[in-house]
Design a protein around this ligand. Structure first.
Ligand SMILES: [Zn+2]
Length: 578
């Protein structure tokens, strides 16, 4: 270990000395911070373990033994005695929706809505303080996470009769009778283009609207917030990410408004952590307008700096598996009919973009330099996306763009082989396995989930995996939709345990070291930042997290309970446990 330190510090000095020897900048090379007496999990190529880190000018100057590190101490160096604690590279969540999540509890905390009874309690309480006739919104709740495992219909929401109620399940919403009346929806109302008004056995609307939010009258599900409120909600959420041990996030769907908010935070020095942005334009625009927007945008992949940068171009290709609109290879079947309130058990979900349009738009984005992805949740959507990537790959190798599948929950050996062949990465969310596995197993059977989040198969095929949460609603790192606690994510990757305590296809488990890489060096790679972040190595940014127990050796079940103690970003203490 001493040799390791020597060789690294020597290398650093060799690099620094010729440039700085005659410059007063040498003083700046004095260590600002030394963390010592700990277990430094470097995640370098050898997965080395060290005892101390020397930080200078926001970068890691050296990694090695306590003796050698402490010997570099200067007069103003801040010394942090780790008391044996473990230090990991700053963790990255590759997939969040920070503004949406920040606003979701900006005005009032949300109760956990995990059963019809809880939803009804919430409605009765809300009705007491809401003027009659005004809308009440049941915030983002998925049927896969309700005790009943059945999509509610209007009768569940009809405990309230003086207020129109909308239950928000993302692309699907459910209205109560008062809301149907307010929106003028009855048995004769035609389905909107691409949408569906659910009907009961008598042909009456049952309250379920699929991709038909345009029929809602007098309500915006996003709520109303001023720009200043949005800015504060975003900043506060980003701070909560830091407190969870994250030093970087990928915001997976920014539009012009969100880009503006991020830039304001950054310009005023208020950005709490590093953000890599995914631009997602509205895919329903005509093809030529989308292409024009891509060609004239002032940004592309790499625009920005080490704090705020654009990385990815995304289109939403299919729906969600929590609401039965993910486009599958096979029908959702009888249980799917119940869970998702489907009229047709042979329904396979929805593909939102025709292949020709997808190819034309993605070609334009590739030519503009973007990394490409789609939201592709169901197997049918994965196959459609890989078809597009294959067409682009034939024109020009796609590998250098580091393009990837997103979610890609329902995999197949054939699709994995195609990813391997074209060098396509994966952006995955184990939280879906943990929370939705039991419900999905009822829909597709245990065998139908054999290739569900197949992390072991990805890694064995040499496919890079970056992990994220898809955090979108709620502030609490463990109770939100979806929990953004990175230790819960790594624990799920390692254990494949679901909420009911069973492990789903344990043959797909990965090791703790691999799970850590999905939130560090591989996530950095997906953001084109592996040369600056994702490991604790000389020359990289000093983004570090000190944790309260040893991630590598604690009992497996304790991984999810690991708490950060100190978070450093750019060599500065960004958060500290009180
Ligand atoms: Zn997402």
């Amino acid at each position: 270990m001493y040799d390791l330190f020597r060789s690294k510090i020597t290398r650093v000095i060799m690099k620094i000395v010729p440039a700085l020897l005659f410059s007063s900048a040498l003083i700046a090379a004095d260590p600002d911070v030394i963390l010592y007496n700990g277990k430094i999990v470097t995640v370098d190529p050898a997965f080395s373990i060290a005892h101390a880190v020397v930080v200078s000018g926001g970068r890691v100057l050296a990694v090695g033994t306590d003796e050698a590190a402490v010997a570099t101490r200067a007069a103003n160096t801040k010394m942090i005695d780790l008391h044996g604690r473990t230090v990991l590279p700053g963790l990255i969540d590759s997939h969040v929706h920070a503004l949406e999540a920040g606003l979701s509890e900006f005005r009032a905390p949300l109760p956990p809505l995990d059963s019809y009874a809880a939803v009804q309690r919430f409605l009765r309480e809300k009705a007491k303080t809401t003027p009659k006739g005004e809308w009440i919104v049941v915030p983002r709740t998925f049927p896969t996470r309700l005790e009943e495992l059945r999509m509610p219909t209007k009768d569940v929401l009809d405990v309230i009769t003086d207020h129109p109620v909308v239950f928000d399940a993302s692309y699907v919403v459910i209205l109560n009778s008062a809301a149907l009346q307010k929106c003028g929806i009855d048995r004769d109302t035609p389905n909107p283009p691409g949408g569906e008004i659910g009907k009961d056995a008598n042909g009456e609307p049952n309250g379920v609207l699929k991709n038909a939010q345009a029929l809602l009258k007098g309500i915006s599900l996003g709520g109303h917030f001023t720009d200043e409120e949005k800015l504060r909600a975003l900043e506060d959420q980003l701070k909560r990410y830091v407190a969870a041990g994250l030093t970087g996030v990928g915001d997976r769907a920014v539009d012009h408004e969100q880009i503006g908010l991020y830039e304001r935070l950054h310009d005023s020095g208020r950005l709490p952590l590093r953000v890599s942005m995914t631009w997602r334009p509205d895919a329903s625009q005509p093809t030529d307008e989308l292409i024009r927007a891509i060609e004239t945008a002032r940004y592309t992949r790499g625009s920005g700096d080490d704090w705020l940068r654009f990385s990815t171009f995304k289109l939403t290709l299919d729906g969600g598996m929590t609401i039965g609109t993910a486009y599958q290879r096979q029908p959702y079947g009888a249980f799917g009919k119940q869970l998702y309130a489907k009229t047709d058990p042979d329904d396979r979900g929805q593909l939102f973009i025709a292949p020709a349009k997808l190819l034309a738009v993605m070609r334009a984005a590739r030519n503009r330099g973007w990394q490409l992805t789609t939201h592709d949740q169901g197997g049918g959507a994965i196959d459609a996306w890989l078809d597009t990537l294959a067409a682009l790959d034939r024109e020009k190798p796609i590998s250098p763009t580091r393009s990837f599948v997103m979610h890609a929950s329902f995999q197949s050996p054939g699709a994995i082989a195609r990813m391997k062949k074209m060098d396509i990465a994966a952006d995955t969310q184990s939280q879906w396995l943990y929370l939705d596995g039991p419900a999905l197993e009822k829909v597709f059977g245990n065998d139908g989930l054999r290739w569900f989040f197949p992390l072991r198969s990805y890694l064995d095929a040499g496919i890079k995996v970056a992990a994220g949460s898809d955090h979108m609603i709620g502030h609490d790192k463990n109770r939100s939709v979806n929990p953004y606690n990175p230790f819960v994510s790594m624990w799920t990757e390692v254990s494949r345990e679901m909420t009911d305590g069973r492990a789903l296809h344990p043959e797909q488990k990965i090791t703790r070291e691999e799970a850590l890489k999905t939130h560090t060096i591989w996530a950095a790679w997906l953001q084109f930042a592996e040369d600056k972040r994702g490991s604790i190595e000389p020359g990289k940014f000093a983004d570090l997290v000190v944790i309260d127990r040893d991630y590598l050796t604690c009992p497996e079940d304790e991984i999810r309970r690991i708490e950060p103690v100190i978070v450093l970003i750019d060599g500065k203490i960004a958060w500290e446990r009180k």
